[in-house]
Design a protein around this ligand. Structure first.
Ligand SMILES: NC(=O)c1ccc[n+]([C@@H]2O[C@H](COP(=O)([O-])OP(=O)(O)OC[C@H]3O[C@@H](n4cnc5c(N)ncnc54)[C@H](OP(=O)(O)O)[C@@H]3O)[C@@H](O)[C@H]2O)c1
Length: 251
């Protein structure tokens, strides 16, 4: 008989209408969790929910009661997180996956763009950890938060300065919170993907770049989802900062 490691659990995945977020949401659903797909654009979330429901097929019977839903929010707004935790009272897992890329030199970037990048890639993660972490603490049933950072937190790539600063900030946040929240049974971890095939990297996968990656290819969203599922399920994973980049961080 199949076993569902996350049966009876609720997971909120931000950026769930995007490539990696949707793969993570699908993986959590396949492992038995009820998933809240969160993101900015309602129509994209509705499409993703329909795809998820189709993929999961008919309800699998009473032994696995699952219900998936969407929640529209801009992660950079604290009040939006207040509404999310009001609507979703029993969150076991939060995956902070929403994020936006940068493609310009720092000298050419204006204040509004800097604010937007920091809001999506760092403030949103801080607010998510604070608001969902507070709910997890009050519930006294522990929990796990996984932040999707980036290889670029460590590796210098031209045109990514503010994004890289935000992703490096996520690592400091993860480490500090893994110490701060452990006594409440809440684990905090991060994944640092390298180049992954999604809309965000559309057009980047040329032979020259692929040759620089020791494994010779971009990763897939489902390979990132595997790493996230590992961190969610391994009860000793806390401040686990997991590189997933085909070895690019080593060269
Ligand atoms: N792809 C890669 O190679 C790679 C590598 C390293 C790290 N990452 C990180 O992995 C995460 C997912 O990337 P991806 O490739 O799956 O990107 P994607 O396909 O472009 O998806 C991005 C998702 O984030 C959501 N989002 C962006 N800003 C938001 C905000 N302020 N509030 C709420 N939702 C927001 C988007 O929703 P809307 O479209 O509705 O705004 C979308 O669902 C990002 O954090 C990214 O930085 C990606």
């Amino acid at each position: 008989m199949a076993s569902y490691a996350l049966a009876g659990k609720k997971a909120v995945i931000t950026g769930a209408s995007g490539g990696i977020g949707f793969a993570i949401a699908s993986r959590f659903a396949k492992e038995g969790a009820s998933v809240v797909l969160a993101g900015r654009t309602r129509s994209k979330l509705q499409r993703s929910l329909a795809e998820l429901q189709e993929m999961m097929g008919e309800p699998r019977g009473l032994e696995l009661p699952q219900s998936h839903s969407i929640h529209c929010l801009d992660v950079g707004e604290m009040r939006a997180w207040g509404r999310l935790i009001k609507d979703n009272k029993e969150i076991d897992y939060l995956v902070n996956c929403a994020g936006e890329p940068q493609n310009s030199l720092l000298l050419r970037i204006d204040e509004e763009t800097v604010d937007g990048l920091l809001a999506s890639n760092l403030r949103g993660v801080i607010f998510g950890c604070k608001m969902v972490g507070r709910q997890m603490m009050a519930r006294r049933r522990g929990g796990c938060i996984i932040n999707i950072s980036s290889l670029l937190a460590h590796k210098g790539v031209i045109g990514t300065s503010v994004y890289a600063a935000a992703k490096a900030g996520q690592l400091g946040l993860t480490t500090a919170l893994s110490a701060e929240l452990a006594k409440h049974g809440i684990r905090v971890n991060a994944v640092l993907p390298g180049y992954i095939e999604t809309d965000m990297t559309d057009g980047l996968a040329n032979k020259e770049l692929q040759k620089k990656i020791p494994l010779g290819r971009f990763g897939t969203a489902s390979e990132v989802a595997d790493a996230v599922a590992f961190l969610a399920k391994n009860e000793y994973a806390n401040n686990c900062i997991l590189n997933l980049d085909g070895g690019l961080s080593a060269v």
